[in-house]
Design a protein around this ligand. Structure first.
Ligand SMILES: [Zn+2]
Ligand SMILES: [Zn+2]
Length: 247
């Protein structure tokens, strides 16, 4: 299994980074974890084929995590002429939030039925859902987004990826990361508290309880990026756009 970081940035383009998006490929499928507004730019820059992505998991309904669906679905319909099915899974109300965003940005964008099979699914708290051979379990986190926000635990081909989504520290993250091959955690700040977000000091305090084999920091603000090089914990990685990990 190969994970490519499409976007490792926060909502504000700090460090020139693209917004949150991770691309995962196995022997027979590809899926996305989050789809920030810049996801199609990142996919094109890395020459990855959007039509090969069969499933998109969305952690929460903030623009830097789901707004890329607007361009993704327009591209599928009008540019790449997608024919392969696509399933999008996210918090309650995701299809309506997508339609509202798409119609605000491109009036009429949702008027035509897609020419491929497009399915919207909603997460239920702590309930595993298996789609296209990938099992995702959403854990509630603390990050207001007008809908439930989740940390995700994703299992596929015997590998496990945990993802914090955006949140301040909550105990559920211990479960999200437990024994995972890779735990991706937002790390917005270095030591200054930011409401509803994490910082490195909090992650550091909890490192012994985060039992993932590798931990990757993402969604970093400028102050955090300035300190990133000083973090020398052996199994902690700093994400960058385009980074590829073999799991
Ligand atoms: Zn957010
Ligand atoms: Zn965010």
């Amino acid at each position: 299994m190969k994970l490519t970081v499409i976007g490792s940035g926060d909502a504000f383009g700090s460090g020139g980074r693209l917004q949150t998006c991770f691309h995962v490929t196995t022997a027979d499928k590809s899926f996305l974890i989050d789809c920030g507004a810049t996801s199609l730019i990142g996919m094109n820059g890395l020459e990855l084929d959007p039509n090969a992505v069969g499933t998109i998991f969305i952690s929460h309904l903030h623009g830097d995590h789901f707004a890329g669906l607007v361009w993704w679905l327009l591209h599928a319909q009008h540019v790449s002429h997608r024919t392969t099915p696509l399933t999008i899974v996210g918090p309650h109300g995701i299809a309506d939030r997508y339609r509202t965003a798409a119609e605000a940005l491109f009036p009429g964008a949702t008027a035509k039925e897609p020419r491929y099979a497009l399915e919207w699914r909603e997460f239920a708290e702590r309930t595993p859902v298996t789609i296209n051979g990938i099992t995702a379990t959403p854990y509630p986190v603390r990050h207001p987004s007008g809908a439930p926000s989740y940390g995700l635990r994703i299992e596929c081909d015997g590998k496990t990826i945990g993802f914090s989504g955006d949140t301040e520290w909550v105990e559920a993250l211990v479960e999200v990361a437990s024994g995972a091959d890779l735990y991706i955690t937002e790390c917005y700040g270095y030591e200054d508290p930011a409401r509803f977000h994490m910082n490195w000091r909090v992650i550091e305090e909890n490192l012994e309880r985060i039992t993932a084999h590798r931990i990757m920091l993402t969604h970093m603000s400028c102050p955090m990026l300035r300190h990133a090089d000083s973090i020398e914990t052996p199994h902690v990685l700093i994400s960058t756009d385009g980074l590829v990990l073999d799991l």
